[in-house]
Ligand binder design. Sequence first.
Ligand code: HQG
Length: 181
Amino acid sequence: MNEQKLVKRSRYLSFVLRHQPQAIGIKLDVSGWVGVDDLLEALEEHNRGMTLEELEEVVRLDDKQRYAFSEDGQSIRATQGHSVDVDLGYESAVPPKILYHGTPDKFVESIKQEGLKKMNRHHVHLHIDVETSMDVGQRRGKPVLLKIRALEMHEAGYEFFVTPNDVWLTDHVPPEYIDTP
Ligand code: HQG
């Protein structure tokens, strides 16, 4: 599958597995899973059909590993980023000393006042590396790199979760833990 087709399919999977499963008439379970057969059938019915092999390719090659199959391979879900109510069941974990968050410069003043908020997602998303964070920040403007003193937050009682693809999640980052350039 070429890159363009892959990205297009991944975007549509995000749409249905994170945000609007009802758009193709599927239901996610409490942990965000849906049967692979049910998904493929629903995609087919909505002119978004693909084969199992193609779905496996999207899951395997997705640049951010956004999707995962269950251990038995019968179900699939998005690994994070939902706006629908799901419990992903990630274990709480001790973060590294510093985590990063890239944001467009137009948001920085507000973030300095209010801290990082989860907005439409379930969590604030943080990364271990600068490059990924800058990529995230540049989606909506000139990116600014924020350094989050994550371990200090954890020691103060804030909870962190980590996804299988190394995205760190937390509820809110208060301004005092954010270092701006
Ligand atoms: C900003 C994508 C003003 C926040 C990406 C961000 C990532 C504030 C935006 C993943 C604010 C929310 C997550 C405040 C936060 N005032 N702006 N107090 N607090 N913001 O998309 O972190 O492709 O929900 O900085 O690549 O940008 O979906 O979060 O700019 O990995 O897999 O509000 O989503 O991955 O935007 O991105 P988002 P994000 P996927």
